[in-house]
Design a protein around this ligand. Structure first.
Ligand SMILES: Nc1nc2c(c(=O)[nH]1)N[C@H]1C(S)=C(S)[C@@H](COP(=O)(O)OP(=O)(O)OC[C@H]3O[C@@H](n4cnc5c(N)ncnc54)[C@H](O)[C@@H]3O)O[C@H]1N2
Ligand code: MOO
Length: 392
């Protein structure tokens, strides 16, 4: 049995970032990391653009200008202005090459075909230069940047419709157990509804990992072997729940061994989630989480989360931890460090009832896990406790 700290460092050390890439339509690229420098195919703005509704001027010494034409946004014509001439212009319109400043309309008096500005102005006032934001052929966004709504807008403004991004991992969730059936059928004696797959799939979707397939297998060695073999070959990450403990019908460990999965650890000194397994085969990472639902979810947040962040080459790879004031008492039984379902709010934390690893009812209310180290057995009101904030 290894310590939590050693288990976490083994995950960090053995998982390297994925460099597989994929092409995504721009509207589906939010949250992805750019795989290459993106070169701008155009100047942005693509023409000298008016930043104001007003008048484009070919500046001269007098304050009075002759009005000769009008250019609206989208117009393609190019009036030619001599010094002392002006055209009516609007925000976003192309500034004629022969105009060198824009005066906003609030600062102009119009008299028929003549306008008068209220003071002399500098060249280029209120003109957005060609390529001011980015020039054609320059890097629009650098490799490694995480795309967000602004990036999607920016790249679309450059006419880019698809991008090469770091592929998110293909993930298989495998649930094991003869007792598990789908909701929709009445339970027979001894059966329960299978819930880990939807729970973990939801947690993955919440973290924006969508390439997830669900698989189930009975407590049968051959079938477990077959399913694990194909899942490991076709996925970057395999998350198994159940069948990893020491019972006669727990076949996951035996099958992983038969498939030559390299074990990085099996059994962690913690509660819940003692029989946690982590291993690798080629480039696929394999977690076997305990079947007990709360143990599976707790292990997902404390361990699988880190693996996912490492795969994506993120800098923040662990969930945030805060020191919080406990507003209740808690007695820990046994010497295993414990992760406790809890509600954190503004520096205070409440440890919830129902800490058993089979129970999800209070996990449904939790937004945090309180971590109680091995050497502490009593938490008293107002004690400071380490609290892991969950991404919920
Ligand atoms: N002799 C020992 N027995 C057990 C030990 C031990 O050290 N010695 N450890 C216990 C601990 S701690 C845990 S945790 C469990 C883990 O066992 P498994 O990972 O093999 O899980 P199962 O036995 O298959 O299932 C445990 C529990 O969870 C329910 N389950 C399983 N899968 C699902 C699912 N997909 N959806 C909902 N519920 C699920 C299953 O019915 C069991 O009730 O082992 C202890 N035993
Ligand atoms: O490790 Mo188990 O998850 O304590 O019940």
């Amino acid at each position: 049995m290894i310590s939590i700290t050693d288990a976490i460092s083994k995950i960090k050390l053995s998982i390297t970032p994925s460099f597989k890439t994929t092409i995504k339509p721009i509207e589906k690229a939010n949250g992805y990391i750019l795989a290459n420098n993106l070169i701008s195919p155009i100047n942005m703005p693509p023409f000298r653009q008016s930043a104001m509704d007003g008048y484009a001027l070919n500046l001269h010494d007098s304050l009075t200008y002759n009005l000769i034409d009008e250019v609206k946004a989208g117009d393609q014509h190019q009036p030619i202005l001599k010094p002392g001439e002006a055209v009516r212009i609007f925000t976003g319109a192309a500034v004629p090459d022969t105009a060198n400043a824009i005066m906003m309309q609030e600062k102009i008096v119009v008299k028929g075909k003549q306008i008068k500005i209220d003071h002399q102005i500098n060249e280029q006032l209120n003109i957005r230069p060609l390529g001011e934001q980015v020039k054609k052929g320059d890097i629009a966004l650098k490799k490694g940047i995480k795309l967000n709504p602004a990036a999607i807008g920016y790249l679309t403004s450059l006419g880019i419709t698809e991008v090469s991004v770091i592929k998110k991992p293909d993930i298989a969730i495998i649930t094991t157990g003869n007792e598990l059936i789908e909701p929709g059928t009445p339970l027979k004696h001894g059966q329960i509804y299978e819930s880990n797959s939807k729970m973990l799939q939801t947690a993955l979707y919440g973290l924006k990992f969508y390439n997830v397939t669900l698989h189930k297998v009975k407590d049968n060695y051959e079938k477990t072997l077959q399913l694990l073999n194909s899942a490991i070959k076709t996925n970057d990450l395999v998350i198994i729940t159940g069948g990893i403990s020491v019972g006669d019908y727990d076949f996951v460990g035996k099958a992983l061994n038969e498939l030559n999965v390299k074990e990085h650890f099996y059994k962690v000194k913690q509660k819940p989630g003692k029989p946690l397994f982590f291993g690798k085969k080629d480039n696929t990472s394999i977690f076997a989480l305990p079947g007990n639902p709360a143990a599976a979810l707790s292990c997902f947040y404390v361990y699988v989360y880190i693996a996912l962040q490492k795969m994506m080459n993120r800098s923040e790879i662990e969930l945030p931890r805060k020191q919080a004031i406990s507003n209740c008492n808690f007695t820990k039984k046994g010497d295993r460090p414990q992760f406790l379902k809890a509600i954190y709010s503004e520096g205070k934390v409440e440890i919830l009832e129902g800490q058993n690893s089979s129970m999800l009812q209070t996990f449904a209310l939790a937004n945090a896990l309180v971590f109680i180290p091995e050497n502490i057995s009593e938490i008293k009101i107002n004690d400071t406790v380490e609290t892991i904030l969950l991404p919920v």
